[in-house]
Design a protein around this ligand. Structure first.
Ligand code: UDP
Length: 455
């Protein structure tokens, strides 16, 4: 690209939420927009900043925020963390965007900034962009089904489905099947009032400020949910996923360095013989659940690759991975590998992987679906329960590990999925779902670019 050509591209300004599961899809979207002729500037926080060297085609501008400890401390109450993050990033985001408009416009014109794309959780930045007169789209990094449940939240509150109560946990939620009350967005043990405020602001900002919504999902797996959203929102909704497949970006921008040694270890294993175990970048379990997981894996007799991330056991600190139980490494020697962070997409694409024990973060779910890998689900909070429900009851490509993590049940569930007949059926369906999910063409992205250019 010549410098002169770059100058004539219309510009899109991106603002990701600074967490792993949100940065990746936003940067994939940026790469795709750039490949279609748009210039892309990523405004980002200094906290969990992306690495500009990994995306030389995109411009990166820090917003110089000052986050309180409530935002940056690992293990923070997530609803309160997101409220505080929004409050503390609104001003710096507004200033950074305004100075970009001055810089680019040369004399007050905003002509070359076509629009902003802001993470859907960043309601304050969505509002700020709209107030500056910049058309803004919300990027949802979760499923269309989850966004539907968010739009339904006021109705569900009125009808008493939320806040979720013990007595109503198994009630199906009308119009959101196959979700039950227990699958709706919740964060156990956190401030329920803060969560209510957060969800209301997130939904409210889309309705008040966004000119459209972009989803990291595909029509192939969520067509009815997307159709319902389009009816309810009466503004454009683009399903441009699976972004990680379409963007062809060389590698994920991960905030931790992956242990690539596990790929060579996988090379030496037979096809479909290894269970990959990972609960993503945020979830933490109790020490008791961690130990039951370890001994369940040991008792299953199955070969496994387990991501034990610093901070993944509550109260164990986040400097180093939590220690494995005494005797575990000896017991599983030769058929288990433990790493602090894996190159997950490459792992899931590896022929040796037979199944994925996942917390069902949307990125992990989509990555597994796109490789045709069946899942053992252990959802922890937020949208993970809804994703898990779709995996087990809508798509039939996975099974629950059990509400209580207990070694005997773990060993049984692992063996059932890896070597049992149920597992074989799920693997077959997973291959079918993979075809549906990956059949997505670039036409949704083309429509999105046309829409951006029309704004
Ligand atoms: N991931 C990874 N290595 C790991 C664990 C996770 O690269 O060892 C990546 C994974 O591929 C996914 C992201 O981290 O893209 C996690 O996002 P997800 O939405 O699944 O869960 P979250 O971390 O937001 O709970």
């Amino acid at each position: 690209m010549m410098a002169g050509q770059e100058q004539h591209r219309r510009r899109v300004v991106l603002f990701p939420l600074p967490f792993q599961g949100h940065i990746s899809p936003m940067l994939h979207l940026g790469a795709l927009l750039h490949a279609r002729g748009l210039a892309v500037t990523v405004l980002h926080t200094g906290f969990n900043a992306p690495d500009p060297a990994r995306h030389p085609e995109l411009g990166f501008v820090p917003i110089h925020e000052a986050f309180p400890a409530e935002v940056t401390s690992p293990g923070a109450d997530i609803a309160r963390q997101l409220l505080a993050l929004n409050a503390a990033s609104e001003g710096p985001f507004r200033e950074a965007l305004a100075s970009l408009l001055r810089l680019r416009g040369g004399g007050g014109h905003q002509a070359d900034v076509a629009c902003a794309v802001v993470d859907g959780q960043c309601y304050a930045a969505l509002r700020a962009a709209a107030q500056l007169g910049v058309p803004v789209l919300a990027l949802r990094t979760d499923s269309a089904a989850t966004f539907r449940s968010l739009l339904a939240y006021p109705r569900l509150l009125d009808a008493g489905y939320v806040p979720v109560t013990e007595e109503r946990l198994d009630e199906p939620v009308p119009d959101l099947e196959p979700l039950r009350t227990r699958d709706l967005i919740r964060i156990d043990g956190s401030d329920a009032d803060a969560l209510r405020r957060l969800l209301a602001r997130v939904a409210g900002a889309v309705l008040a400020s966004a000119s459209g919504v972009v989803f990291n999902t595909s029509e192939g797996i969520e067509a009815p949910e997307l159709a319902a959203i389009r009816r309810e929102l009466s503004r454009p909704a683009f399903a441009v996923g699976p972004l990680h497949l379409l963007s062809r970006a060389p590698a994920e921008q991960t905030l931790r360095a992956p242990d690539r040694g596990c790929l060579a270890w996988l090379d030496a294993r037979p096809p479909r013989s290894v269970l990959y175990v990972s609960l993503g970048s945020v979830a933490a379990v109790s020490r008791a659940a961690f130990e039951e997981t370890a001994w369940g894996l040991a008792g299953s007799g199955v070969t496994f690759l387990w991501v034990v991330r610093p901070g993944s056991v509550t109260g164990a600190g986040d400097e180093a991975p939590p220690p494995l139980p005494d005797g575990f490494s000896e017991e599983t020697r030769g058929r288990g590998k433990v790493v602090a962070w894996a190159p997950q997409r490459e792992v899931l694409a590896h022929a040796a992987i037979g199944a994925f024990w996942t917390h069902c973060g949307w990125n992990s779910t989509l990555e597994s679906v796109c490789e045709g890998v069946p899942m053992l689900v252990q959802p922890c909070f937020a949208d993970q329960m809804a994703n898990a429900r779709y995996v087990t009851h809508k798509w039939g490509v996975g099974m629950e590990v059990g509400e209580v993590i207990e070694r005997g049940r773990v060993a049984e569930a692992v063996a059932k999925l890896m070597v049992g007949e149920d597992g074989a059926r799920m693997r077959e369906r997973a291959r079918h779902l993979q075809m549906q999910a990956t059949a997505a063409t670039s036409s949704a992205m083309d429509s999105l670019v046309q829409y951006i250019l029309s704004l």
